[in-house]
Write a protein that binds this ligand. Structure first.
Ligand SMILES: Nc1ncnc2c1ncn2[C@@H]1O[C@H](COP(=O)(O)OP(=O)(O)O)[C@@H](O)[C@H]1O
Ligand SMILES: [Mg+2]
Length: 369
């Protein structure tokens, strides 16, 4: 049984029980066994009537299980109180050759993959991911940045990239280079303001292409800017990519922290280590006088990290220079390397680096170690 996510209300727990009962009435092909009894439902998240879960399958079963997936969505949607359902087929991990710690090897040329995640959008996840990636590159590592937020790609804007990627002879996309980082984003292929309606399988198809059909080459570390939330795309990346760990970005407000908690619960469920929490927009740094003002109840993420037993990685101020730099295509660690904010991002990079134990492939000069 999947334990309820901490912070879930008793309402959603009751709803989850009803959904499970409904799912157990959906049977496997040529069997009378229900999905619950068969132990096929995994990673269910019920939130304000929005439901996400995985159906574990053998990779060979994908075609026959697709109708079951649809039936499961219908069954869950028929439960009163359920507003939306997203069911994904997730292939069982096998610890065979070509897998690392039991996970399938997407990104085989990348030594360490780090997810930057948040429970909701607008908390500064992409800004953190961009600055972290560049700071890691500045410390001498070969770094990639994968913008996996296919609903709202921001790497083109934040890294100042407008070109379209070229292709290799074997039809792989060549990442664009900015500030010493190899970058790939769906935003290079479709216009940023082009509203896209992605269905579950398309999301995964697009994400897989950004990993499999890109000539990433040997990298010490890849930073993945995850889509916001804890839905099917997040769950599938967490299951399919050999993640070394996840960095959770939150603002100090309680509501964002509640979302951060869900993010942590999701990664824990799929056994991805939480590298820690970053509190973004932690306090306001006045550009005129340098005065520091705690406009939100500052320190919430720090306390939350303690409660959840995960490391607290950094407090990044709300600072106009960070936004101007990020939105102008040159992250603050490049545009103002001597600023306090740049130093904070470098500190974050050092902590991440210490935790995942990245050693550079070549022998560059390493700063800050
Ligand atoms: N610490 C910060 N100080 C000032 N502005 C910030 C900071 N972090 C993010 N921003 C700005 O907030 C907006 C949302 O940030 P973004 O990184 O795109 O969030 P997310 O990826 O979580 O949706 C952007 O305009 C960004 O420049
Ligand atoms: Mg973003």
């Amino acid at each position: 049984m999947t334990p309820p996510i901490s912070g879930a209300s008793s309402d959603s727990q009751a709803l989850e029980a009803q959904i499970r009962a409904a799912l157990d009435r959906v049977t496997l092909p040529q069997s009378s066994q229900g999905l619950i009894a068969a132990g096929r439902i995994d990673g269910m998240v019920v939130r304000e009537g929005n439901v996400v879960f995985g159906i574990t399958i053998d990779p060979a079963e994908a075609a026959v299980m697709e109708p079951v997936r649809r039936a499961a969505e219908q069954a869950a949607l028929a439960v009163p109180g359920v507003k939306s359902v997203s069911a994904v087929l997730t292939a069982e991990r096998s610890a065979g050759p070509g897998t690392k710690s039991g996970r399938p090897t997407l990104l085989p040329t990348v030594a360490q993959v780090i997810a930057v995640a948040s429970g909701k959008g607008g908390v500064g996840k992409s800004t953190t991911a961009a600055n972290l990636a560049v700071a890691l590159a500045q410390s001498g590592l070969k770094v990639g940045l994968l913008d996996a937020d296919i609903f709202g790609p921001s790497a083109p804007r934040m890294m100042g990239l407008t070109a379209r990627p070229e292709m290799t002879a074997d039809r792989k996309l060549i990442p664009l280079q900015a500030h010493g980082v190899a970058v790939m984003s769906i935003g290079f292929l479709v216009a940023e303001d082009n509203a896209m309606i992605w269905r579950g399988p398309m999301v995964m198809g697009a994400l897989e292409q950004l990993m499999r059909d890109v000539a990433w080459g040997p990298l010490d570390v890849m930073v993945i800017d995850m889509p916001p939330g804890t839905g099917d795309a997040q769950l599938t990346i967490a299951q399919r990519v050999p993640l070394a760990g996840a960095v959770i970005v939150s603002t100090p407000q309680d509501i964002a922290l509640l979302d951060a908690r869900r993010g942590i619960a999701m990664f824990r469920k799929v056994e991805v280590p939480i590298l820690g929490i970053v509190e973004n927009m932690s306090y306001f740094l006045c550009p005129n006088c340098g005065h520091r003002a705690d406009i939100f109840s500052h320190g919430g993420a720090h306390k939350e990290a303690e409660t959840m037993g995960v490391p607290f990685l950094a407090e990044i101020p709300l600072e106009p220079a960070i936004r101007e730099a990020a939105d102008g295509g040159t992250p603050v660690v490049v545009s103002a390397p001597d600023s306090q904010s740049a130093a904070l991002y470098r500190g974050l990079a050092d902590k991440v680096r210490a935790q995942v134990g990245t050693a550079p492939r070549a022998a560059p000069t390493i700063r800050g170690l």
